[in-house]
Design a protein around this ligand. Structure first.
Ligand code: PLP
Length: 228
């Protein structure tokens, strides 16, 4: 035991409480355990505690873990920046990609996804604060990009993801999440069948849940500090 079981129990309670406080159903908020830079034994403890969804942000480390734990029934989410020359290995090993920001990357994933694996679930990462150093589609491009990705075979466009600039207060944290939610509603009004808002981490999950997050990506609160 490395404490992960207890951490998971606590964070699940906190997520449920945030959902209820927000007037939402706890089962509509899913916990993605971000296992990047965490050792395998912690992931194995999380699996024993019932966790099924794991997030990795580099192709090499993520693929190694997927391969080592291949016998388990898990869903692996790629949440890092994806270079277009590394799409094949992600298309072959992962169940989700949260960080699509270019049509080119989506097209490559679409053509490289093995038929045997079923559709790859994808979200468009939106550079919600318009930060010059951050990846993500610009807000001006989101709607067109979503319409084009939705037509690609072997991909299932599930929704939008963001990684906002750090804000201190709960009220400030809600602002970018509310904006991402608005973009998702525009896409739904246009007829796209999306159901996912991937937003919120250890420091801001409560604000994200108040603004409609359906997947929160939590690392530190589940596994403790990361190895460097
Ligand atoms: C690392 C990471 C997280 C988790 O961060 P914590 O603060 O440890 O919860 C979530 N999303 C992305 C995209 C990350 O890279």
């Amino acid at each position: 035991m490395i404490g992960v079981t207890e951490n998971l129990r606590k964070i699940r309670d906190l997520l449920d409480k945030a959902a209820v406080d927000a007037g939402r159903r706890p089962e509509d908020v899913h916990l993605l355990a971000v296992s990047k830079k965490q050792p395998l034994d912690k992931i194995i403890e999380a699996i024993a505690a019932g966790q099924r969804d794991f997030g990795e942000n580099t192709v090499q480390e993520g693929t190694e873990k997927v391969t080592k734990l291949a016998k388990k029934e898990l869903d692996w989410h790629f949440i890092g920046h994806l270079q277009s020359n590394k799409t094949r290995i992600v298309a072959e090993h992962f169940d989700w990609v949260h960080t699509i920001d270019k049509l080119k990357t989506a097209k490559r994933l679409s053509s490289q996804r093995p038929d045997s694996r079923g559709d790859l679930n994808v979200c468009i990462q939106v550079n919600i604060d318009d930060e010059s150093a951050k990846s993500g589609a610009s807000r001006a491009d989101v709607i067109n990009l979503a319409q084009e990705i939705a037509t690609l075979p072997r991909l299932k466009l599930r929704g939008l993801m963001c990684l906002p600039a750090i804000r201190e207060s709960f009220d400030e944290q809600r602002v970018p999440f509310a904006l991402l939610h608005e973009y998702a509603q525009i896409l739904q009004k246009q007829g796209l069948d999306i159901d996912t808002l991937s937003m919120g981490m250890t420091g801001d999950y409560r604000a994200a849940i108040f603004e409609g997050a359906t997947i929160v990506r939590i690392g530190t609160a589940v596994f403790g500090a990361r190895e460097t």
